[in-house]
Design a protein around this ligand. Structure first.
Ligand code: AMP
Length: 438
């Protein structure tokens, strides 16, 4: 690709997109296509179905938006030609905004359709026959069934975050929508993961799809990582159990706040561990001292906030422990990447309370696989609704321990090192970072 320049997004030129669409690409500030765009745009322009295995953040919106806007610009009649189904209002809005950015110098129009807002406005917008409709399945189906949304001229159907829509129970609605669409159309399906039902849907929906599979954001395979479902108030006890195990050598422990980092570091020191805090309230020289002490092993434990999650490169950290889950799924990979460096094995545990379930789902979606659940005898899952008497006897069952590994593999509860369950599948996906299949 030629060198990008702010006035000419050269990287997109070879796609042959309409010049007014290219103005939109420039307005979005895009200079070079992302891998998913480079792989998908030509195939979509050719009219092929596409199966994109990619999560939000990879650039998949532009991967489908640009070629479909280009198609619409070549049409002479005004009809709703593109339907994008997305799991949440936020995502629908985000997609619609991106369409709007790209099509701002064209006469392509669009609208969003989702529940929780007045139907009246949506019905009157539909009368103007927008080219692109971005919506959530429930309201889209309602409006179709009521006869307000007619998609007889639909050219392209896009299912975005299909696995997420499935998790949210939208599959029956999606199937009903599909049964009402014209049969002759292009189908694009994007999903971060491919559980069985999505595979079936893809098989039914897509004809000879061009498959784009991105190298996933999974942690490196030398990291043995797992979740512990644990009530907030028992986190410290579980931490002590882990730190007392034979395989413990050194750890970075992440907390949510500066205050928690400081307090936990103090508590660990009082309990006889050589620990230091690393958090944003410390002066630079204090932070340097903590880092140096950890590198030189004056301390075995660094209790840190996320300022330490990125870039920190310390050799031979045996454990990363997320005492609190990070704010974002992406931060998970950054944090646990502090261990298992340079081909060394590392262990990363994350303490998860009942409030963190949404984060767990989002993180698993991002890394494209389920994170193993482990349990430690005597440590109960955080089920506030359950009686505290059950939480004392150690027999409660955890939602979080659905994965067979945690229960069927009781020996794991001692934290013994083992190969990550899905390292081989991760590798095979990583190798074919972007491929097409006939
Ligand atoms: P998405 O995965 O579509 O949600 O995109 C993630 C983010 O990447 C969004 O903020 C996009 O605006 C941005 N993005 C997507 N493609 C490009 C590109 N080719 N150049 C620069 N930014 C991009």
């Amino acid at each position: 690709m030629s060198t990008p320049n702010s006035n000419d997004p050269n990287g997109f030129t070879p796609f042959g997109l309409h010049k007014n669409l290219m103005r939109g690409v420039r307005a979005a500030g895009y200079e070079n296509p992302r891998p998913i765009q480079a792989e998908s745009i030509p195939a979509i322009l050719e009219g092929r179905d596409v199966l994109g295995l990619a999560q939000t953040g990879t650039g998949k919106t532009a991967a489908f938006a640009l070629p479909v806007i280009h198609h619409i610009m070549n049409q002479t009649t005004r009809e709703s030609r593109v339907l994008v189904l997305a799991p949440t209002r936020e995502l629908a809005n985000q997609i619609a905004e991106e369409f709007q950015t790209f099509s701002q110098y064209t006469d392509v129009t669009g609208m969003t359709i989702y529940g929780g807002v007045s139907m009246g406005n949506q019905i009157s917008s539909l009368r103007r026959r927008p080219d692109v409709i971005v919506g959530c399945p429930g309201r889209v189906l309602d409006l179709m069934q009521q006869g307000h949304l007619k998609l007889n001229s639909l050219d392209t159907l896009i299912l975005d975050e299909a696995d997420h829509m499935f998790d949210m129970g939208f599959l029956p609605d999606i199937k009903k929508i599909l049964s009402r669409l014209p049969k002759n159309r292009q189908n694009l399906l994007f999903s971060a993961t491919m559980p069985k039902d999505i595979r079936h849907l893809a098989t039914d929906l897509l004809s000879d799809p061009h498959v784009v599979e991105l190298a996933d954001k999974a942690p490196v395979s030398t990291i043995d990582h797992a979740l512990y479902r644990i009530p907030e108030k028992r986190k410290r006890d579980l931490l002590h159990v882990i730190l007392d195990r034979d395989d413990f050598d050194s750890a970075i422990i992440f907390t949510r706040t500066k205050h928690r980092a400081k307090r936990l570091a103090d508590q660990l020191s009082k309990a006889g561990h050589r620990s230091a805090a690393l958090q944003g309230n410390m002066s630079q020289s204090q932070r340097d001292r903590a880092m140096r002490g950890f590198r030189e092993r004056t301390f075995d434990i660094l209790v840190a906030t996320d300022i330490a999650a990125r870039g920190l490169d310390v050799e031979k950290v045996s454990h990363v422990i997320n005492f609190d889950v990070p704010n974002t799924p992406e931060a998970y990979t950054h944090r646990i990447g502090r261990t298992g460096r340079s081909e060394r094995e590392g262990i990363a545990f994350t303490f998860v309370t009942g409030e963190d379930i949404g984060w767990v789902r989002a993180t698993e979606r991002m890394i494209g696989s389920k994170i193993e659940r482990r349990r430690e005898e005597g440590f109960e899952p955080d089920q506030e609704a359950r009686s505290s008497s059950r939480s004392k006897n150690g027999n409660g069952r955890s939602n979080g321990s659905r994965s067979g590994s945690s229960r069927s593999n009781g020996s794991r509860s001692n934290g013994s090192r083992s190969k990550p369950k899905n390292s081989s599948s991760r590798k095979s996906r990583g190798q074919s970072s972007s491929r097409s299949r006939r």
